[in-house]
Design a protein around this ligand. Sequence first.
Ligand code: SF4
Length: 412
Amino acid sequence: MRLGAYTVVRQEGGQLHRIVRFSNADFWAEVRHLIKGDLNKNDVTSRIIVPNTQTDSLVMPAASNEFPSVASSVASFRRWMPDRVLFTPAALEEPWGQQILARVQRLNLPVEELPRNRLTGLRGETERETYDIAKRTLAVVTAPASQFKLSPIPPSADWQFHLAEGCPAHCQYCYLAGSLQGPPVIRVYANLPQILANLGNYDQSSVPTSFEVSCYTDPLGIEHLTGSLAECIRYFGTREQGYLRWVSKFDAVDGLVDLPHNGHTRCRVSVNAAPISQRMEGGTASVAGRLQALRRLALPREQGGGNYPIGLVIAPIMPIEDWEDHYEQLFDQISEALDFNCDLTFELISHRFTPGSKEVLQSWYPHSKLEMDEEKRIIKRNKFGGIKYVYDTNTMKQLRQFLSSRFGTDFR
Ligand code: SF4
């Protein structure tokens, strides 16, 4: 057995059994204690693998059959590392762009400086190939002028703003499909200080004003590469009436816990019933990992937490086979993770799609089992004449009755 910083390599009879890497120092202490003691299979499955871990990655090579419940209960998860990082010349002139450059260099990621302030050469022969190339590419650019004119986003928040566009995960129902132009490359903004300074034009000093920063990206999924979410949280911690909210399907919150947020940031995670999260949310942290991250963010400071207001987004809700049982289990999982008093909100959103998002998603995920049958849906129109396909009235009524009673809130 060899112990190293945040790494356990355990051998029995010369055979490698597991490598577990933890991102949480407290949990690491507990693991060390376990290993010094009499570690047996039951300890491993019940104490390391239950959703109390802040697991950064878990690899089950060689003898993984020996611990089948371990392999099946926690998905392998690693922070996203792009194959290439592109910088435009304008991005490199920004101090925040230089800060991102230093981060990606520390991570030994291959950096390329583009000759012009345009992203080109990211298309493959097919849409799926383009998707593959784009989702492995981080581009550091400056936000265009249009990003300084904010749009309202009711009912989630008063305004939305963006620190990036695109997301490294692979959700087969992705909300971004059809919303963003061009290949789904992950573009992050190097002129963050200007973006934040502009928010002062929208937050009124007399009434609380809320800002959502996750409409076009998962800000936590790229935080290790940018540091931009932490900077936003610090900024809102200084505002009198400005409030930030973000949502994520990732779980690496170490860098956020100790920030001076002053109660002005609500951290949310998006979760779903197990069959949906396990089959349709590629590249994300497990639901157990997300809930433990949320727990840590919400716990009081004296218990090692961040004392943040928090929230859960249950989305996209789907009436899959045995859906009541699966959502009941999710509810139990949430209750277990958040078994203390905290400032918690819920948002429940049923699945919907548009003709445009369906076309894009089918090109990205041609083998997906996601149901998008117009015949089984009804049309809902927005005030601009756009249409989306939602569940029929009867299905919505059943979902609403069950979920509203469990989660204590209505949904859309
Ligand atoms: S986490 Fe959100 S933005 Fe990212 S792929 Fe999934 S649905 Fe899309």
